[in-house]
Design a protein around this ligand. Structure first.
Ligand SMILES: NC(=O)c1ccc[n+]([C@@H]2O[C@H](COP(=O)([O-])OP(=O)(O)OC[C@H]3O[C@@H](n4cnc5c(N)ncnc54)[C@H](O)[C@@H]3O)[C@@H](O)[C@H]2O)c1
Ligand SMILES: [Zn+2]
Length: 361
């Protein structure tokens, strides 16, 4: 079994990447949440697939709490409903949570685990590509509010992550491609070789060839694990993982989440690379390569709705990464390299941002 270790202030946890893990869910949960009364939290789509044996074939039936699938469920209201249910069912301090599903289930169940009775342990079992290669790793949990994404949350590392690429077979194409955008981000921010591998393997990735998908998940997990292990609380370099995300969050808000998170990240990478070029931080070549790779992976490079730069700029106003007056971005200098600046972010003036947003709208 291939294992990537993530370090954090209180210790470390393993991320297992291996086809077939989901079929051994009961055994692995027993190992990582020993002697705990387990509550599984999943969205309804994923739970139906799980019950039908279509997510790895596990026959285990733990007590399960569900919520409607989709980003619109990632709220304090859903968090209240889930924690109220746990209280009514008398889950105590000896509870353990299993987060089964995409990034929404992971962020939501993780925030439940972070707060329930002041914190109980939890295990991430990502079932979307995006959750498997990005969201399940790093211990950030959160819910969205009307003011913006992920504004209420906590750092709460899981006890383990079980990433089984074998469960991706049922994932709709659009969701699968959305996950690829976070992998493009990983290549752009930290690994030119990986980016070039994706350029060469675009067709195999789109066809979901097993070997290619497994390598993709493993390499992305390694990159994310390394970055978050160095800087758990995002006081410095972890900010590079936010590449594309300042614009992405604005697109998600402005389209009321009709553009998926991964799609918005791809668009954000295009706009923020254009911004880096506009600021003289990156060469135009980096932007052209990002656009070309996203296109080959079947991802949008223009916002599919008529939201202009001004609306996006307004939606960016309250992004939590902003400090003081200006809007700050984690910008690429070249494919595989981020910076400059001691805190890995650069402030940009509104006119420069608007000019860059024209690249996607
Ligand atoms: N905490 C972090 O570090 C972090 C990092 C990146 C993204 N995120 C968050 O992750 C969220 C996006 O995650 P997502 O794209 O996985 O969204 P999601 O959880 O909504 O899952 C996408 C859709 O796929 C379905 N699905 C999941 N697995 C499936 C499977 N195996 N077969 C069939 N359908 C399946 C779900 O029911 C859902 O409808 C966003 O809220 C984003 O903010 C968090
Ligand atoms: Zn993301």
């Amino acid at each position: 079994m291939s294992t990537v270790t993530v370090r954090h202030a209180q210790g470390s946890y393993p991320v297992y990447v291996e086809p077939g893990l989901a079929g051994r869910l009961e055994e692995l949960v027993g190992r990582h949440l020993p002697d705990r009364r387990v509550a599984m939290i999943a969205d309804r789509t994923v739970h139906e697939l799980y019950k039908a044996g279509r997510l790895g074939g596990s026959r285990w039936e733990p007590e399960t709490l569900t919520f409607p699938a989709g980003e619109r469920s990632k709220t304090r209201e859903t968090w209240s409903l889930l924690t109220d249910q746990l209280l009514r069912l008398n889950f105590g301090r000896d509870s353990g949570i299993v987060a089964l599903g995409g990034g929404v289930a992971g962020d939501l169940a993780g925030f439940v685990a972070a707060t329930y009775l002041r914190g109980v342990p939890y295990l991430q079992v990502p079932t979307s590509l995006l959750a498997m290669l990005d969201a399940s790793v790093g211990g950030k949990t959160a819910v969205d509010t009307a003011e913006g994404k992920n504004l209420i949350g906590a750092f709460h590392p899981p006890v383990a992550v079980l990433a089984d690429p074998g469960v991706l077979g049922t994932l709709p194409d659009r969701e699968y491609r959305a996950g690829l955008a976070e992998a493009v981000k990983h290549g752009l921010i930290a690994d030119l070789d990986y980016f070039e591998w994706m350029e060469r393997q675009a067709e195999q990735l789109l066809a979901r060839e097993a070997g290619a998908v497994e390598h993709l998940v493993r390499r992305s997990v390694e990159i994310k694990a390394q970055v978050v292990s160095e800087d758990e609380r995002e006081t410095g370099r972890r900010a590079i993982l936010n590449a594309g995300h300042t614009v992405a969050h604005a697109i998600e808000r402005a389209t009321q989440y009709r553009v998926l998170h991964g799609e918005a990240v791809g668009l954000g990478l295009v706009a923020e690379t254009a911004l880096a070029t506009g600021l003289g931080v990156a060469s135009p070549e980096a932007g052209a390569r990002v656009v070309a790779l996203l296109e080959r992976l079947g991802l949008p490079t223009r916002v599919p709705e008529p939201v202009g730069p001004d609306r996006l700029l307004a939606a960016m106003g309250r992004d939590k990464k902003n400090r003081g007056g200006g809007i700050r971005f984690a910008l690429p200098r070249a494919v595989g390299r981020m910076g400059p600046g001691p805190d890995w972010t650069t402030e940009a003036a509104e006119a420069t941002i608007v000019a860059a947003l024209h690249a996607i709208s």
